[in-house]
Write a protein that binds this ligand. Structure first.
Ligand code: MRU
Length: 380
C-alpha cells in the first residue's frame, strides 16, 4: 500500500495533488511558478498549515531553479525573492507555518554572501530542508503523542483507546505521516488504537473527503460522524469505545496556548472538557507563534459563501456505486441566503490539555499557562 503524498518534488519539478478532486480522482498539478503555488493554496487544491508552507517555498524554488532570476546584483536578487515571498504570504492568513517558513528563507538567503548564484542555491536548499524536516517532525509528534496518551490515559495494546479527530491533518496536509492524524497512525502501528472517529468537518468537508479517505486507505479502524454528532458520541459511546482523547492539528498556537484550527475545533474542546476527555493539539514548532500573545490577535480567514451553500461530488449510479468520472456540483441551500463562513476558530488554552510538538508534549504550568520557551528553536 502506497502512502498518500500531497506533494511530489525533485529539484526543478513540483507536483501537487489536487485535493479538490479527492476522494474520487487522483490528479497532480505541475506547480512551477509563484503564481501557480499561490493559486493552488488559495483555491485549496492544497491545504493544511505545513503543506501550504511547503508548496509556497518549493513553488518559488522551482521558479528560481528554472530561471532566469531577475536582478544583476545580490541585493537585487534578494529583493526579487523577498517580493515573491511577500506575495505568497498573502495566500492564506491564519496558518503561521507559511510566515515562519518565509522568515526562515529570508534570513537564510542573507547569510550566504553576495554571489547571485549562491543566494539562489541557498534558497532552493533551504526550501528543500523545510520539506524534508516536516516528515521527521511528524514522525516525532506521532511518537510523543502516543507516549503522552500511554502516560495520561493508559493507552496500550492491552488497553486500546478510541480517539476523535477533526479536519485533515494527515499526509495530505503535510509532507507525510501527519500531525494529529500522525499520532493516530502511530497509535495504530503500536497496537494502542481501538478506533478513530473523524468528523465530517463542514463546510469544506476535509474530514469526510480527506481524513476518511486516508483512514480507509491506511486500513485504520474508523468511523465517520457529522460534526453535530460529537456530543452524542461522547455521551453514549465513551465507555463502550474507551474514547479518551480528541486530537486535532493547529494553524497557529500563540504564546499563551490559544490555538487557531479548523472551524468546529472549539466546540469539540468544550465537549471534551464536559465529558472528561483529553483534548490534545498536535503541532510542529513551525505552527507556534510567540509574537502573538493571545488568540484575540489571530486573524481568522473568512471564505466564500459557495463553500457553505454548494457541494461537489461524484454521481451515484442506479446500482448504488459511485461514478467517479461524473462530477456534479449541487446547491445545498437557497443561494440567496446570507452566509458567515469563518474557516477557523480559536480554542482557549484553558480547554487544551497538551500541545504535542516534535520536541515533546507541553502541558500547562501551575499558573494554568503554556510556556513554549524551552522547546522553541533558536529563531532566525
Ligand atoms: O482550511 P484547511 O484545510 O487548510 O485547514 C486545515 C486545518 O485546520 C488543520 O487542522 C491544520 O492546518 C493543521 S494540518 C497538519
Amino acid at each position: 500500500m502506497s502512502t498518500l503524498q500531497a506533494v511530489r518534488y525533485s529539484r526543478g519539478k513540483l507536483e501537487v495533488l489536487d485535493q479538490l478532486r479527492l476522494p474520487h480522482e487522483f490528479h497532480y498539478d505541475d506547480v512551477s511558478t509563484r503564481q501557480e503555488a499561490f493559486d493552488s493554496i488559495t483555491t485549496m487544491r492544497v491545504r493544511g498549515a505545513p503543506a501550504i508552507a511547503i508548496v509556497a517555498s518549493l513553488g518559488l524554488a522551482v521558479e528560481l531553479f528554472n530561471g532566469p532570476v531577475a536582478g544583476n546584483t545580490a541585493q537585487e536578487v534578494i529583493h526579487h525573492i523577498d517580493e515573491a515571498l511577500d506575495y505568497l504570504k498573502q495566500s492564506r492568513p491564519t496558518a503561521v507555518d507559511l510566515t515562519n517558513a518565509i522568515n526562515q528563507l529570508k534570513t537564510h538567503i542573507r547569510s550566504v554572501g553576495d554571489e547571485k548564484e549562491a543566494i539562489v542555491e541557498a534558497f532552493i536548499a533551504e526550501a528543500e530542508k523545510i520539506f524534508e524536516r516536516d516528515l521527521e517532525t511528524n514522525l516525532a509528534i506521532g511518537d510523543h503523542g502516543a507516549e503522552w496518551l500511554k502516560a495520561q490515559v493508559g493507552a496500550t495494546s492491552e488497553n486500546t483507546v478510541s480517539v476523535v479527530t477533526h479536519c485533515n491533518t494527515g499526509s495530505l496536509a503535510t509532507s507525510g505521516h501527519g500531525t494529529a492524524l500522525g499520532i493516530i497512525r502511530t497509535l495504530q502501528a503500536n497496537g494502542q488504537l481501538r478506533q478513530a472517529f473523524c468528523t465530517e468537518t463542514r463546510p469544506y468537508n476535509q474530514g469526510s473527503r480527506l481524513t476518511a479517505f486516508e483512514l480507509v486507505h491506511e486500513g485504520i479502524p474508523s468511523t465517520l460522524i457529522a460534526d453535530s454528532m460529537a456530543a452524542s458520541l461522547f455521551r453514549t459511546k465513551k465507555e463502550e469505545k474507551n474514547i479518551t482523547a480528541v486530537i486535532v492539528g493547529a494553524d497557529r498556537v500563540v504564546r499563551n496556548g490559544d490555538t487557531a484550527n479548523k472551524i468546529g475545533t472549539y466546540q469539540l474542546a468544550v465537549l471534551a472538557k464536559h465529558h472528561g476527555i483529553k483534548f490534545m493539539v498536535a503541532a510542529p514548532t513551525t505552527s507556534i507563534d510567540l509574537e502573538t500573545e493571545t488568540g484575540d490577535g489571530i486573524k481568522i480567514e473568512e471564505r466564500r459563501q459557495e463553500e457553505m451553500t454548494q457541494v461537489t461530488g461524484a454521481a451515484i449510479k442506479a446500482d448504488g456505486s459511485v461514478d467517479e468520472s461524473f462530477k456534479v456540483r449541487v446547491a445545498t441551500a437557497d443561494q440567496r441566503i446570507d452566509v458567515w463562513n469563518p474557516a477557523f476558530d480559536v480554542t482557549p488554552a484553558e480547554l487544551i490539555d497538551a500541545v504535542v510538538t516534535e520536541k515533546g508534549a507541553v502541558e500547562k504550568c501551575a499558573d494554568g499557562k503554556f510556556d513554549f520557551g524551552n522547546i522553541m528553536p533558536e529563531r532566525w
